[in-house]
Design a protein around this ligand. Structure first.
Ligand code: URA
Length: 245
């Protein structure tokens, strides 16, 4: 059971003081009855709560897929640069959201955003074997020997050992490759390429586990994961999937 004002604030209806005003002014109903008691307690999944007649559609946690654009940082807040949280559409904003792992400012593609810390940990922890798939454009061809070095697990900057990666050729003429890794070291794909004498010219994340970037999402757009997407296995090893709340 949670306080009515807390439930509404947690769902992004407004700040705590804004939702209190809504409640006092009689715009909030529980199971069809106007409720003006801000401190009344309810089980949000068991009652129909409406604001000005619109149901709040309670979700304990949000799971968002964004097609991250170039030029935006993967952080919750930054006083100088626009963040992925700043560009969320108003209906997906709520307190406590953060990106699951980081993509570089110039990396585009699939970024998960949530307010579920346990889920984020299960996706980013290398031990969970959640593979992240990247479409990698290089400044030249990757030889079969270099691909093998990456597959075995390349040493970057002479002292950081990477876990084995999966490498496939997507477009030989345009030097585009698919690289799958299950860890997230700083600038990892770029540094892996560097370790075999190549430079990344464009980097896009296309999948996290079996969850693939929705190609109908334009750069900068975001949407909630569907129920089917929430059931997808994210891990090649242990069973990592989204919570079902
Ligand atoms: N590897 C990188 O180098 N950059 C990213 O943004 C993600 C993986």
């Amino acid at each position: 059971m949670e306080r009515l004002d807390k439930i509404l604030a947690s769902q992004g209806v407004g700040t705590r003081s804004e939702v209190r005003k809504l409640i006092w002014s009689g715009r909030v109903a529980v199971d069809g009855e106007i409720c003006r008691a801000i401190d009344s307690k309810w089980e949000p999944t068991a009652h129909d709560i409406t604001v000005s007649g619109t149901p709040i559609c309670y979700r304990r946690h949000l799971y968002i897929m964004m097609n991250k654009p170039d030029g935006v940082v993967s952080a919750s807040n930054d006083s100088h640069v626009e963040t992925v949280i700043d560009i969320l559409p108003p209906d997906l904003r709520r307190k406590g959201l953060f990106p699951v792992g980081r993509l570089d400012k110039d990396t585009t593609g699939l970024l998960l955003i949530t307010d579920d810390g346990a889920f984020a940990h299960s996706v980013t922890s290398p031990g969970k074997k959640v593979f992240k798939t990247y479409r990698v454009s290089l400044d030249g061809a990757l030889s079969e020997e270099d691909a093998e070095v990456l597959r075995r697990g390349v040493m970057i900057d002479g002292n950081e050992q990477c876990l084995p990666a999966q490498v496939a050729v997507l477009d030989e003429e345009r030097y585009i490759y698919e690289i799958r890794i299950c860890e997230g070291k700083f600038h990892q794909v770029k540094r892996m390429a560097q370790a075999v004498g190549r430079r990344v010219t464009a980097l896009e994340r296309t999948a996290v586990g079996a969850l693939t970037l929705d190609s109908s999402l334009a750069r900068g757009q975001a949407r909630e994961l569907t129920e089917a997407e929430k059931r997808l296995p994210l891990s090649d090893g242990e069973d990592v999937a989204l919570s079902r709340t």
